[in-house]
Design a protein around this ligand. Structure first.
Ligand code: S3P
Length: 436
């Protein structure tokens, strides 16, 4: 695939379902009584990994390609998997399922792709071990034929669950995956489990679990859950993923002469930092038709081409746009002045090291960019030229640099453009639909 700048972009677009909410719908449906129906389910590879893991755990799940039916078996209805649970590329599957498996009276083994095998799991092993679960990591060189135990805190690993103690965990990172793993284990604990984080991360677990009937309360940055609720299957309509919408926000803003209406996007304030950041950069961006669906705020987003200027993003803002920082960096390269991204060291342990991936690819396109330990500094306004993008097999790097390539001189090519299927299988078709 070669990308060149030939277009302005116009029209309306419905964005596929939210990845975080789709994962949770399967998981919470599986441990609820009766049927959960999930409409606008994201058919990305990560969410399909979650489906197949829960099928391995004895849950019947029907997927017709748009909506999904989960035949839940209640909090104690999962059964021991016959083989290793393959989470593919999905960190959310790995960490959230571990919270559920911590409460099961059987062992489960989890493995994934090369990226998952490098992602830090100590952040969930420590609190879940404090609650009583046991973890054993395996050396990938011997796995699975001749399992050899090692100490590093990555997949592949086996988790032996059982009776759990409640804890109050003070997390040093604002991570919804860590928070959710502990809250899910808290469903099986002997008292109220609490998690406090340094800044509020996405709260889909708290909102959706409450909708299924859990007794869960959030106060500031602390969430508390009571064990052994009767969870009941629900009808979940998944809003469009703001993380996917972000590429079209950027496309509409930086491509001259463009206007795009992005419909039905989830605008939960714990996720919508990209909207605030874009507005702070001078974006012509308007929220229309604001309403609530399945407990989550939703709106249409209208963007028109704008003269952007640099911005600083840091502190408590970072968890609200953590997955959008690669595309924000691309927007910053087209903006006048300096953009600083700080307090975002978590970017180093995503599907790839996104500080390295973004700064190296932007520099290869001619941008003036400096990586830092916890972010980057971008001096915007230099014209970009096409190059061969190293995606690091990271869907968000591929999509971000597709948007950059559509606004760069010359040709942009990719080592692995197909990795977008992780979160947005129809990404290139959707771009094509808007091209004039
Ligand atoms: C997610 C939480 C975030 C985010 C990821 C999805 C979730 O990860 O980056 O893409 O669904 O809970 P962290 O919790 O590790 O920050």
């Amino acid at each position: 695939m070669e990308i060149t700048k030939n277009y302005s972009f116009h029209g309306e677009l419905s964005i596929p379902g939210d990845k975080s909410i789709s994962h949770r719908g399967i998981m919470f449906g599986a441990i609820s009584n009766g049927m959960t129906e999930i409409t606008n389910f994201l058919q990305g590879a990560d969410c399909l990994s979650t489906i197949s893991c829960f099928q391995q755990l004895g849950i019947s799940i029907e997927n017709n390609g748009t909506s999904v039916l989960v035949h839940g078996k209640g909090l104690h209805g999962l059964s021991e998997p016959g083989k290793t649970l393959d989470v593919g590329n999905s960190g959310t599957t790995t960490r959230l399922i571990s919270g559920i498996l911590a409460g099961q009276p059987f062992p489960s083994t989890i493995d994934g792709d090369a990226s998952i095998r490098q992602r830090p799991m100590k952040r969930i092993f420590n609190p879940l071990s404090d609650m009583g679960a046991k973890f054993q990591c395996w050396d990938p060189a011997y796995f699975p034929d001749d399992k050899k135990a090692i100490s590093p805190n990555c997949a592949p690993f086996t988790i032996q669950g059982g009776a759990l103690k409640h804890i109050h965990f003070n997390s040093i990172i604002a991570s919804a995956q860590v928070k959710s793993a502990i809250l899910l284990a808290g469903l099986y604990a002997d008292g109220i489990t609490r998690v406090t984080e340094p800044a509020l991360s996405r709260n889909h677990t708290e909102l959706m679990l409450a909708g299924f009937g859990a007794d869960i309360i959030s106060t500031g940055t602390t969430a508390a859950i009571r064990p052994e609720p009767q969870l009941e299957g629900q009808l979940i309509h998944v809003p469009g993923d703001i993380s996917s919408a972000a590429y079209f926000i950027a496309l509409g803003l930086v491509t001259p002469g463009s206007e795009i209406l992005i419909k039905n996007v989830g605008t939960n304030p714990t996720r919508s930092g990209i909207i605030q950041a874009a507005l702070a950069m001078g974006a012509n961006l308007t929220l229309l038709n604001e309403h609530t669906e399945s407990g989550e705020p939703v709106a249409d987003i209208l963007v028109t081409s704008s003269d952007l200027h640099g911005v600083t993003v840091e502190g408590a803002q970072i968890p609200t746009l953590i997955d959008e920082l690669p595309i924000l960096a691309v927007m910053a390269a087209f903006a006048d002045g300096t953009t600083m991204i700080r307090d975002a060291q978590e970017l180093r342990v995503k599907e790839s090291d996104r500080i390295a991936a973004v700064t190296q690819n932007l520099a290869a396109m001619g941008a003036n960019v400096t990586p830092t330990a916890d972010g980057m500094i971008i001096e915007g306004g230099k014209p970009l030229h096409g190059t061969h993008i190293q995606t690091c097999h990271d869907h968000r790097i591929a999509m971000s640099f597709c948007i950059a390539g559509l606004n760069a001189d010359g040709e942009t090519t990719f080592d692995d453009e197909g990795c977008v299927t992780i979160s947005y299988p129809s990404f290139y078709e959707d771009i094509q639909k808007l091209a004039l």
